[in-house]
Ligand binder design. Structure first.
Ligand SMILES: NC(=O)c1ccc[n+]([C@@H]2O[C@H](COP(=O)([O-])OP(=O)(O)OC[C@H]3O[C@@H](n4cnc5c(N)ncnc54)[C@H](OP(=O)(O)O)[C@@H]3O)[C@@H](O)[C@H]2O)c1
Length: 322
């Protein structure tokens, strides 16, 4: 593993962080069981991963808590999130404390490292800043968490309005942002601001369904070509040019390597329930940048696209798909 510092938190964290949500939810979202989820977490720890991102909505806080019982608490960085309901403009600030306490009980720890507001839409950002953050900062002073974070709702905030503001407001130590080969505008809308203000960055949506399901990539790019948004010639084998000796080994390899070396990206989260994917994803994230001509071409061909491949499961606190 390679380690870096997560913004102004000073936390030393592996550049590959294990996401416990997304469509996989450690395999629990794709038919796996708790033993399999715990095995994934242990395999990640053995490979040097020390940051784990979960959320009340994922239904994986308890399993993460049980898995990390085998390691000293200060060897892992635990990030969790308030339920989506607390990210709405109407949320009552008092209830968020009960939710934080519930997350600590689920994880069975006395504190988490990063507590994040989950998927805050631009219209609710003012409420998050003025009504929720002060309440949470009082809880931080009691030692319930160490750093405050905020995550965007990528499919509903295509211009990163929430994080564009959050990066500069001095309240949020860490942000979670969507960035991929087909959604590159965090390069101008978020990373310059987080870098200037020392805000830590956790990256999501590097692969998601668009790059892990080949049929889906082809169908999406065919639609974009029909719509005149990309050259028609690209629709047949859209990203095939990336896979060659000396280049990427697969499209997924390319997708993780593309985001990993972007200036301003600190930790790339990856989600999986597969031991094989876990191993190869960490390998990808530790490989060098894609060859410069390939990297450059991705920017040239797709840099103008916004919001392609940002799909989301709709989860409840128990991690059930609504
Ligand atoms: N607003 C938010 O706060 C928010 C939103 C989204 C995500 N997140 C966080 O970010 C984390 C990462 O989520 P993500 O969806 O963006 O992760 P991702 O790594 O971009 O995509 C994971 C998906 O790709 C598949 N996959 C992973 N490695 C693969 C490989 N080598 N080959 C083929 N398929 C592969 C996984 O299925 P398999 O199980 O088959 O590997 C899973 O369906 C989440 O777990 C969560 O912690 C937060």
């Amino acid at each position: 593993m390679q380690y870096t510092t997560l913004g102004r938190t000073g936390l030393r964290v592996g550049v590959a962080g294990l996401g416990c949500g997304g469509f996989s939810r450690l395999g629990l979202g794709t038919g796996g069981n708790e033993a399999g989820a715990i095995a994934i977490i242990h395999q990640a720890i053995d490979l040097g991963v020390n940051l784990f991102d979960t959320a009340a909505a994922y239904g994986t806080e308890a399993v993460l808590g049980r898995a990390i019982k085998t390691v000293p608490r200060d060897r892992v960085v635990i990030c969790t999130k308030a339920p989506f309901s607390w990210s709405s403009g109407r949320a009552d600030p008092a209830g968020i404390v009960a939710s934080l306490d519930q997350s600590l009980r689920e994880l069975d720890v006395d504190h988490v490292d990063v507590y994040q507001l989950h998927g805050v839409p631009p219209a609710s950002y003012g409420h998050a800043l003025e009504a929720l953050a002060p309440v949470l900062i009082r809880e931080r002073e009691k030692g319930k968490f160490r750093f405050l974070g905020i995550t965007e709702t990528a499919p509903h905030d295509l211009q990163h309005e929430t994080l564009h503001r959050a990066a500069q407001d001095g309240v949020w130590d860490v942000v979670m942002v969507g960035f991929s080969m087909l959604h590159q505008n965090a390069r101008t809308r978020v990373f310059p601001q987080t870098s200037a203000h020392g805000v830590g960055t956790l990256l999501m949506f590097a692969v998601r369904n668009i790059f892990s399901q080949p049929g889906r990539l082809a169908a999406t790019l065919r639609e974009l070509a029909e719509d005149g948004q990309i050259a028609a010639a690209l629709a047949d084998d859209p990203l095939g040019f990336l896979v060659h000796p000396g280049g990427a080994s697969t499209i997924v390899d390319a997708a993780y390597r593309y985001v990993r070396h972007e200036p301003g990206v600190e930790i790339v989260l990856f989600g999986t329930g597969s031991p094989e994917h876990l191993r190869t994803n960490i390998e990808s994230l530790l490989k060098p940048k894609l060859p410069e001509p390939d990297h450059h071409r991705i920017g040239e061909l797709f840099g103008h696209l916004i919001g392609v491949g940002l799909d989301a499961p709709h989860l409840t606190r128990a991690g059930k798909v609504k």
